[in-house]
Design a binder for this molecule. Structure first.
Ligand code: HEM
Ligand code: HEM
Length: 183
């Protein structure tokens, strides 16, 4: 029930998947929305919230990857063509990388910013900056990379969701169902 088998995802992997999917989608929306907020106080609160949720995603991503590499992985359906298998495995790997690299580049943005604004973790404690040189150029560079990775990842998530729906409605092979509840 808790652990994966050769044919099904366990509860731990399922909870990781849906918690992080919800956090990631909410975080993407927040990052996009806060850009348009003109009131400085509101924007400050939204950016602090974005940083806190982002650090949470980063921590969860490390735990999830640790869990994934020490767990069995359910086999893909036997009738899936080799090309599709490679794409499925490859895109999952890229999504894992995105869950690490997007928060890390966000952390680099706030670490290189000449504006000395602390990063509070939900108002509880301050997360220190990464040891990177502070400059407006570095901040812009990391910021562009952060935005690029976030938008590229949301595109890939779109493809990922379409693939899951195709498995469910066209192939009817139980790939979506096994990510909903452990067998
Ligand atoms: C998976 C996690 C994350 C996602 C999906 C995400 C997504 C985004 C998106 C979509 C934007 C808007 C980009 C644009 O339109 O230019 C953004 C901006 C930003 N993000 Fe993130 N982000 C994440 C984690 C983080 C973390 C951990 C930090 C910092 C600790 C961070 C700091 C920032 C900052 C400072 C901005 C620019 C805000 C501004 O210019 O007012 N992000 N993020
Ligand atoms: C919101 C709609 C989503 C749906 C319907 C969905 C569906 C699925 C399904 C059915 C699987 C299982 C594939 C298999 O059994 O081989 C899966 C795996 C996976 N999903 Fe999603 N997903 C969604 C969102 C996301 C998001 C937002 C992310 C991350 C940004 C994500 C990352 C992953 C990863 C990394 C795996 C592979 C798990 C592993 O191999 O350890 N998913 N998804």
């Amino acid at each position: 029930m808790l652990r994966n088998t050769d044919h099904s995802w366990g509860l731990v992997s399922i909870l990781f998947h849906w918690t992080m999917a919800a956090l990631f989608l909410g975080q993407f929306w927040l990052g996009w929305y806060m850009q348009g907020v003109r009131n400085l106080l509101d924007r400050y609160s939204l950016v602090q919230c974005h940083k806190s949720v982002g650090f949470m995603i980063l921590g969860l991503a490390f735990l999830r990857i640790l869990w994934a590499v020490t767990s069995r992985r359910p086999k893909l359906p036997d009738d899936m063509p080799p090309g599709e298998r490679t794409m499925a495995r490859g895109s999952h790997l890229v999504l894992y990388l995105a869950l690490l690299l997007i928060p890390l580049t966000g952390w680099a943005v706030v670490s290189t910013s000449p504006l000395p604004i602390s990063s509070w973790f939900f108002g509880l404690f301050v997360i220190p900056s990464l040891p990177l040189g502070i400059s407006i150029h570095a901040e812009h560079l990391w910021s562009s990379l952060h935005a690029f990775l976030a938008y590229a990842a949301i595109f890939l998530v779109g493809v990922h969701v379409l693939a899951a729906l195709r498995h469910h409605f066209k192939n009817r092979d139980g790939v979506l169902g096994r990510m909903l509840w452990p067998k």
